[in-house]
Design a protein around this ligand. Structure first.
Ligand code: FUB
Length: 456
């Protein structure tokens, strides 16, 4: 099944039969291994990226992508923010596995495992890149086993000490220096500390393969909340559950606390957690295989809102298709909104070029974008779309459903310039609504779409 048909099938199941589908949060690409980061009122989710075409029935992953949201329901695509090509010292073309980014003193440090090549770091002045390689070599390579040095998670403690944890199915950490691109060599084995793992700290091994010393498998995610240090991770071998341990310090000792996400039919054989607090709520990111119709090498990032128990423990979190129910902010349609800001879409891809940055492409008759919680205030007068006509077509501007109230129709027709703004009058409709931009036309790709805006 191609991606377009899979999205359609998934949409039918997710939306028509079980209410509003909001998971997975990206429908234009396969995304995995979510690493959310809150920076200045925005959530950035860094993901690995499963290619549409899987090679040799294995993880096929060439670059890392980034999505951002101010409201937890609409996600703006920032494209591939880093790739294996950023490492000139290395000639691997596959293996861009689970990343995590962190900000320190206005710089963004992006820790990435390259399967079989240890862990490296990239740096940028912006959360969405461009990132560059400050070292010209790996940051961590501790083991000859290609599975060991993967899945970095990074955390800066209140005293400024930064830690990088990683590992499968053993767990290690280094104390990063303040420059975030080197570490203190004076502890452990040349600076690398192996974490003691047993049933008490990480649960009894459910896997009898002799490799696992505890229930911990991979994908650690470390953070601190109310003086407690949390380590969330994939557990139980393959297929993976999500479990967690807590500790009184960032260096342990860890105490096993049990599972927080069980198996579900639409989860992949891997899972990978990320947790944040944002605008007063707590969110749990993970990945599943719903969008690909069950292909474990074509995963998609999803998110659930949850509440900690009063004692600080994490409840069991159920993976749902509905995802985040309430937005934490409304979207202002009276300013430029990137077309790639999407709550749900069908049939679309995004592309990046030097002129437009990221834009929406692969638009065919019947495809659509849904944008949630759009605040029309006292109503809009016009709608403007910045687009490039291909076969040409129309954008139907509708409210609250794909066939909801029609506010207007914006014609996108061929012009002398490739990219142009097209405007149409709209019916005035007050208040907060979900906006549906429904694409109509004949055969073939209708147009490319960069941004839109209403006027009052
Ligand atoms: O995405 C490749 C690998 O699969 C990650 O590094 C693991 O955490 C698992 O999700």
């Amino acid at each position: 099944m191609n991606l377009k048909k899979i999205i359609l099938a998934s949409f039918c199941v997710g939306t028509f039969f079980s209410g509003i589908a909001q998971n997975p949060i990206v429908q234009t690409y396969y995304t995995a291994d979510p690493a959310p980061m809150v920076y200045k009122g925005t959530v950035y989710v860094y993901t690995s990226h499963d290619e549409d075409e899987t090679v040799d029935n294995f993880f096929t992953m060439y670059d890392w992508r980034c999505y951002s949201s101010d409201d937890m329901v609409n996600w703006t695509d920032h494209g591939a923010v880093a790739s294996l090509k950023d490492f000139e010292w290395m000639d691997k073309t596959n293996g861009a596995w689970a990343p995590q980014a962190i900000e320190r003193n206005g710089k963004f440090y992006f820790y990435v495992p390259i399967h079989g090549e240890g862990i490296s770091v990239l740096v940028s002045d912006s959360p969405t890149g461009p990132f560059h390689d400050p070292l010209g070599h790996r940051l961590i390579v501790d083991s000859d086993d290609v599975w060991t040095d993967i899945d970095p998670t990074v955390f800066i403690d209140d005293d400024g000490q930064a830690y990088l944890y990683w590992g499968n199915p053993s767990l290690f950490y280094v104390k990063l220096n303040e420059d975030m691109i080197s570490y203190d060599p004076g502890i452990g084995k040349k600076g690398i500390v192996p974490v003691e793992m047993d049933a008490e700290s990480f649960g009894e091994s459910a896997s009898k393969d002799g490799r696992h010393h505890s229930n911990y498998t991979e994908g650690p995610w470390i953070y601190k909340r109310n003086d407690v240090y949390y380590l969330i991770y994939a557990a139980g071998g393959i297929p993976e559950y999500i479990a967690y341990s807590t500790a009184p310090t960032a260096e342990g000792p860890w105490t096993y606390k049990g599972y927080i996400m069980e198996r579900a039919p639409h989860l992949a054989f891997t899972n990978h957690p990320g947790i944040i607090d944002f605008k007063g709520n707590s969110y749990f990111f993970y990945h599943d295989q719903d969008l690909s119709g069950g292909e474990g090498f074509k995963r998609s990032v999803s998110v659930e809102q949850f509440d900690y128990n009063e004692d600080g423990s994490i409840p069991m979190i159920t993976p749902t298709k509905e995802g985040v129910k309430e937005s934490v902010a409304n979207l202002n349609p009276f300013q430029k909104v990137e077309a790639e800001t999407i709550a749900w879409s069908e049939g679309l891809k995004t592309k990046t070029d030097d002129t437009n940055g990221v834009f929406v492409t692969n638009i065919n008759n019947g495809d659509f974008i849904k944008v949630r919680s759009v605040d029309f205030a006292k109503g809009a007068k016009t709608f403007k779309a910045h687009a490039e006509a291909l076969e040409g077509g129309k954008i139907e501007i509708r409210l609250d459903a794909k066939d909801g109230l029609l506010l207007g129709v914006c014609e996108i027709s061929e012009t002398e310039n490739n990219w142009q703004s097209f405007t149409t009058k709209t019916k005035k409709q007050k208040g907060v609504h979900d906006l549906f931009l429904v694409f109509k036309g004949g055969e073939g790709e209708l147009f490319n779409f960069d941004f839109w805006e209403f006027s009052k």
